[in-house]
Ligand binder design. Structure first.
Ligand code: 8IG
Length: 274
């Protein structure tokens, strides 16, 4: 199997996943971002766990707070494929690698994906520890996971529509569960450095509420496959220039750890009502 065809590679990876988990088809994929790991305990019963490095196409994770495991979780009959950790552009990987987990989940049967992340907040009233629903994004990475030759049928055109790409239906369900949940526009930067205060002023002017280094390429890959996408950001710091002193990633795990019960339950109850 050619490994320079990212779609074929994802199909191979899904085959290995089915073999290793003993589960042929999963329903919902969940990508747990920085610090979100402990939320997995709220999602259901883990029936299988494998290291990403045992599945073709996944490089070993290097980012902090990313465990690098894939779990099959039983949520009262719904089969979840839970990725603890993801691949980032800033690790030096190609956009198609960043999208590999999404495409693998699709070939494993998932038609819904929940993307979570930790982020910086720009908009007033969004505070550290708050979960925020991503309503839309600005892809400021300058790249796309859909770059390259048109994949052969049955894959659809690369010219993917992203209108309502963050499912209004799933956002409505999440807000039924937590009526106080806010929504925002997530601006995806390449990283790994945080922004300058001038870049944050630019981001605010362009309509961003949140800034981060993930999620946008995964959403694009998922929408190309017509998967339904829900994305939830956890505010871990105020963005550059809005924050007293230095921005560090040191608090990510702590902030998310304190919120794990709440954000895990939000995901679980949303999954139950999907
Ligand atoms: I946690 O302030 C986290 N991730 N780009 N900016 C960007 N990514 C982040 C930030 C931030 N905080």
């Amino acid at each position: 199997m050619s490994t320079d065809d990212p779609f074929a590679l994802a199909q191979t990876a899904a085959g290995v996943l089915a073999e290793r988990t003993g589960i042929d088809r999963h329903d919902v994929a969940v990508v747990l971002g920085s610090g979100w790991g402990p939320a997995v305990d709220e999602l259901g019963k883990t029936v299988a766990e494998i290291a990403v490095t045992e599945v073709p196409g996944f490089p070993p994770p290097s980012a902090v707070g990313h465990a690098g495991t894939i779990r099959s979780v039983d949520a009262d009959g719904k089969r979840l494929l839970v990725f603890s950790g993801r691949i980032h552009l800033y690790e030096g990987h190609a956009p198609s690698r960043v999208a590999h987990g999404v495409r693998t989940a699709f070939h494993a049967g998932c038609r819904t994906i929940i993307l979570t992340n930790a982020c910086g907040a720009i908009t007033e009233g969004m505070s550290i520890g708050d979960p925020v629903l991503v309503a839309d994004h600005i892809n400021y990475t300058g790249v796309s996971p859909l770059t390259g030759p048109q994949p052969a049928a049955p894959y659809e055109s690369r010219f993917t529509d992203l209108t309502d790409g963050y499912s209004p239906r799933l956002r409505a369900i999440a807000k039924e569960i937590e009526p106080s949940l806010r929504e925002g526009v997530y601006m995806g930067f390449h990283g790994p450095e945080y922004e300058t205060p001038a870049e944050i002023r630019m981001a605010r002017t362009l309509g961003a509420d949140l800034v981060g280094m993930s999620t946008v390429l995964e959403m694009i890959a998922a929408r190309h496959l017509r998967m339904e996408v829900l994305a939830v950001s956890l505010v871990s710091n105020l963005a550059a220039g809005l924050h007293k002193g230095e921005i560090t990633g040191d608090h990510v795990v702590e902030v998310a750890g304190n919120a794990a019960g709440r954000i895990g339950q939000l995901l679980r109850q949303t999954i139950d009502r999907m």
